[in-house]
Ligand binder design. Sequence first.
Ligand SMILES: NC(=O)C1=CN([C@@H]2O[C@H](COP(=O)(O)OP(=O)(O)OC[C@H]3O[C@@H](n4cnc5c(N)ncnc54)[C@H](O)[C@@H]3O)[C@@H](O)[C@H]2O)[C@@H](O)CC1
Ligand SMILES: [K+]
Length: 222
Amino acid sequence: MLTISCEEMKSMDSYAIKNIGIPSIVLMENAALKVIKNIDLHNINSFTIICGIGNNGGDGLAIARHLILEEKYVDLFIIGNLDKATEDFNINLNILKNMGMKFTHITGEKDLTILKESLKRNDSTIDSIFGIGLTRNIEDLYKEVISLINSKSKNILSIDIPSGLDGDTGKVLGISVKANKTVTFHLMKKGLLDKEEYTGEIIVEPIGIPKKATDTILKRME
Ligand SMILES: NC(=O)C1=CN([C@@H]2O[C@H](COP(=O)(O)OP(=O)(O)OC[C@H]3O[C@@H](n4cnc5c(N)ncnc54)[C@H](O)[C@@H]3O)[C@@H](O)[C@H]2O)[C@@H](O)CC1
Ligand SMILES: [K+]
């Protein structure tokens, strides 16, 4: 099976956006719908969704929106500096705000208590903290959040990459989510191979990046 690096994924993303003209928000929406497709909506009715402030978090916000439209119960948590959020994250956060969706911004211990209760109560946890943008060891509040996710969740679904796993080497950067299932976008990432303990079942879902983008980048990086 073809596996790619985070760098190659970023290049394919940006080729599709810049050279082919697919708006990045379209790719994000496609990604969200592919995750929804892999959720058993007949048996899972309540979700705790934890979002970072990058595009992995943006995926989580779009997923939250579609679950709400499916009349599911969603507790939404965001961790990170909202002033540094990406454009696509903000588009999806703005939509949720306009829909009247409340969220807990995790900034301290009291928010961790709210998170813990949510994780214990709900059927499923969706990990949308970090994807291919994880660059360094996870520390502090992020570490506490991931530890709670691992210890209190009934079932964990990771978006693109279990948060904490290096997408290229598979190394655990301080701590990593231990998912039951990971839905990764476009192509298999090198770092997910043989990491069952952290990825759980891996599902690879195309998100609308044309073959021309993939082939161009693979040729460039030969
Ligand atoms: N149009 C697109 O670009 C698409 C992107 N997608 C999603 O976007 C993800 C990549 O998004 P980003 O590149 O924004 O990055 P991430 O969302 O993976 O990372 C978020 C942010 O975390 C910060 N960070 C990294 N390591 C950290 C650490 N140890 N502690 C605290 N903060 C840390 C980084 O500054 C980064 O901005 C993919 O994994 C995928 O889920 C998908 O929606 C497909 C489309
Ligand atoms: K993730």
